[in-house]
Design a protein around this ligand. Structure first.
Ligand code: SAH
Length: 237
């Protein structure tokens, strides 16, 4: 196994890079890939940057150039459901590109020629990631919850209630919104690479989203990503 770990933001990956044994760095396509061992697992960590295209090229490069066999994405997201609170974690069962619409040629959200409007994540990998998440959250004092379900991705930072409401009307089971996951899911689906994703909820995708988000990434999300990936890697050996 060779594990690819993608995050969108530097704060989230800092701790993992410091924990990596005998790391070596390689710059390719404007990104810095760090290869090494994380708790005995052969790993390659990289920042995708923000948005679907950035995430897709990063995922494809991890597979084609760095020969990873599995991919995990860690990041933050806005809540898209009343039951999903800031500080909770969502592990996706499937992901939709919520801004994809080739109707009337194809149904809204369907990715042409795949027949899918939702890309599934790998069951086994997602199960392991959920267990690692649950184990980590148990030790958090404010009792954050883990949720499993649909995550939506689009090239939009969702920061207004009306926009979120419209998305929720179209995708009623949507739990969280972010900007990369569904792109990585599609690349992994097409290349046959198992993929799983965890997103810590940083904001409520409303008018306060931008301020909540920055504070949250620095104080909470980075610690979550580190703790969950540590549990996850340890569970593999
Ligand atoms: N101010 C940041 C930009 C972050 S964009 C900077 O300068 O780096 C938001 C990132 O967090 C994206 O990678 C996205 O995946 C996720 N995210 C968090 N909350 C979101 C929301 N409400 N809508 C969309 N993406 C969100």
């Amino acid at each position: 196994m060779r594990l690819g770990i993608i995050s969108a933001l530097a704060e989230e990956q800092q701790g993992l890079l410091e924990a990596m044994e005998s790391p070596y760095k390689l710059i390719h396509g404007k990104r810095e890939y760090t290869a090494g061992k994380l708790w005995k697992i052969d790993s390659v960590a990289v920042l995708s940057r923000i948005g679907k295209v950035a995430a897709a090229v990063t995922a494809a490069t991890l597979v084609e150039k760095f020969n990873v066999t599995h991919i995990i994405f860690t990041g933050v997201a806005g809540s898209a459901d009343f039951g999903v609170k800031v500080g909770d974690v969502v592990v996706a069962d499937s992901l939709a590109q919520h801004d994809f619409d080739a109707s009337p040629l194809f149904p809204r959200f369907e990715i042409p020629l795949t027949g899918l409007s939702r890309m599934p994540t790998d069951r086994e990998l997602s199960l392991k990631l959920s267990l690692a998440t649950r184990e980590f959250l148990e030790n958090e004092s404010n009792q954050p919850q883990m949720h499993r379900g649909l995550i939506g991705s689009g090239d939009q930072f969702i920061k207004d209630r009306a926009h979120l409401g419209a998305l929720k009307d179209a995708l009623p089971d949507l739990l969280a919104v972010e900007m990369e996951g569904a792109a990585v899911a599609q690349v992994c689906h097409e290349l046959g690479v198992p993929f799983a994703i965890m997103r810590t909820i940083s904001d409520n995708a409303n008018e306060e989203a931008a301020t909540d988000f920055m504070h949250f990434v620095q104080t909470v999300a980075s610690r979550y990503a580190f703790g969950v990936i540590q549990n996850f890697c340890k569970s593999l050996t």
